[in-house]
Write a protein that binds this ligand. Structure first.
Ligand code: NAD
Length: 487
């Protein structure tokens, strides 16, 4: 059977490359190639820039309310095609249908809707300076680039294009080479909704195409989602043309469970924050610090629920709640971390093995894994694994738990479970992380800014402030009096 070949989406339509180079995309749950994609060669790259220039000229000249109306049309189309788009995400990522069906498309659409609503509300300032005055305009940056990770491909494309386009920019988006189809579908939807050609281009490929975007003198900003190591390369490369950067990077986030917490709720949070999307979520609470008084109760319930409630298998089956990891390579990497956890002396509470479900025997599945008796210096406690692997640690002193939670170069997210309202806020204020939850974990509504402290990121996505990251302020001084000149 021949598989489809997708071209780059440039200037409102598909554009064939000249090199003929393509790459294959596999379904992680079956290990089968499902389609091929053309790499954005120099010809495509050039066309992407030229059309983005034209698209930007047209789009930025529209009023914010005109742009808003078009973006809201795209939101309507996204929601109407939820199931078709969710299925693409399942086949590309290996995540369960039961998640994609209600999260991926909807949370992407929410963010475009949110920024479409905000766009006309963005205002400048004016202030009198004696009889003269100045005013400011919020102007778009120009052509921006977005580079995405593979865990939430369509959502990431929406989270970057929503604010970028609402503010009047053009965006050239490069999805991960593991999951390239969702962004193409988004481009088709934007075009159908009336976004002018060239305003949202999709270029395909791996690191080299990403590097081209970060180096291009025609691009004003790059918004990147991916690993810390890649993020450092992107910032270094973007420095060559002094691009603005937004970096959404990895984490090794702590969840502190105090002895007055609702333990079942804390277990729910820990499971969601480690096993949802088979553990491939940047904000996951992979270090769970549990107060010694409730430690046994916590791990007993965690073990029971993990062993009884997880269903791995064909991700399209709506019963399945644990999908396949993104690739064989990543699967082996995660298994390598599990081996390391065992060899460094952690106790395997449950899991620790690859899975071969009957309905998806060739998929890259890893059993939900919990390590106890962990210590802060273990590799599994220090490094981001990006799979369903949880480390549980014990504490008995609040200050010490905070110190240990902060003892990392990462700072993406953090959580606290306690019924003591003062302690909840006191502790969360001391945790060095950009995205925090109290008696909750993982929710990320469009209204709430998200981003990392320390090496987990630069800048924010979502929330009002993100529009500022896609605009620049022009100050205009207006002279109402004669110029006093010594010349
Ligand atoms: P990755 O860093 O390997 O790749 C991310 C993207 O960068 C891909 O599109 C890739 O092709 C591109 N790329 C690779 N090398 C590049 C280079 N030198 N220059 C420019 N682009 C380059 O990350 P991944 O494996 O796709 O995603 C997993 C990582 O993403 C995890 O670390 C996870 O924590 C992080 N992540 C963070 C967030 C967040 O919002 N903070 C969200 C999702 C994922």
């Amino acid at each position: 059977m021949t598989t489809p070949v997708y071209q780059n989406f440039i200037n409102g339509h598909f554009l064939k490359n000249q090199s003929g180079e393509t790459f294959a995309v596999k379904n992680p749950a079956t290990d089968e190639v499902i389609y091929h994609v053309e790499v954005a060669d120099a010809f495509v790259q050039n066309a992407a820039i030229e059309s983005a220039k034209q698209g930007f000229a047209m789009w930025s000249a529209m009023t914010p309310i005109e742009r808003s109306r078009i973006l809201l049309k795209a939101v309507e189309l996204l929601r109407a095609r939820n199931d078709e788009l969710a299925k693409i995400e399942v086949l590309d990522t290996g995540k369960p249908w039961q998640e994609a069906e209600c999260v991926d498309v909807q949370t992407g659409a929410d963010v475009i809707e949110y920024f479409a609503g905000l766009a006309p509300a963005q205002v400048g300032q004016q202030q009198m300076v004696g009889e003269d005055f100045y005013y400011t305009r919020k102007e778009p940056l120009g052509i921006c680039a977005g580079i995405g990770a593979w865990n939430y491909p369509l959502q990431i494309a929406c989270w970057k294009s929503g604010p970028a386009l609402a503010a009047g920019n053009a965006l050239i988006f490069k999805p991960s080479e593991e999951t390239p189809l969702g962004a193409i579908k988004l481009a088709e939807i934007f075009t159908e909704a009336g976004v002018p050609a060239g305003v949202f281009n999709v270029v395909q490929g791996a690191a080299e195409v990403g590097q081209w975007l970060t180096q291009s003198d025609d691009i004003e900003k790059v918004s990147f989602t991916g690993e810390v190591g890649t993020g450092k390369k992107v910032v270094a490369s973007a420095a060559g043309s002094l691009k603005d950067v937004t970096m959404e990077l990895g984490g090794k986030s702590p969840l502190l469970v105090f002895d007055d917490a609702d333990i079942s709720q804390a277990v729910s949070a820990a499971m969601l924050g480690n096993f949802y999307t088979q553990g491939e979520i940047c904000t996951n609470c992979t270090r769970i610090y549990v107060h010694k008084n409730v430690y046994q109760q916590f791990i007993d319930e965690l073990k029971t629920r993990t062993e009884q409630n997880i269903i791995a298998g064909d991700p399209m089956n709506p019963e399945v709640n644990l999908g396949a990891l993104i690739s064989k390579n990543h699967h082996d990497l995660v298994m390598g971390y599990i081996d390391k956890g065992i060899s460094e002396g952690a106790t395997l509470l449950t899991g620790g093995k690859a899975l071969k479900p009957d309905s998806a025997p060739n998929g890259y599945f890893v059993a939900p894994t919990v390590f106890t008796d962990c210590t802060d210096d273990m590799t599994i406690v220090k490094e981001e694994i990006f799979g369903p692997v949880m480390s549980v640690l014990v504490f008995d002193d609040e200050d010490d738990a905070i110190r240990r939670a902060n003892d990392t170069h990462l700072g993406l997210a953090a959580g606290v479970f306690t019924k003591d309202i003062k302690r909840a806020h006191r502790v969360i204020h001391q945790l060095q992380a950009g995205i925090c939850w109290i008696n909750s974990y993982g929710n990320s509504p469009a209204e709430m800014p998200v981003g990392g402290y320390k090496q987990s990121g630069i800048g924010r996505e979502n929330g009002i402030e993100t529009l500022d990251h896609y605009t620049q302020t022009k100050s205009i001084y207006v002279g109402m009096t004669d110029i006093e000149s010594p010349f």
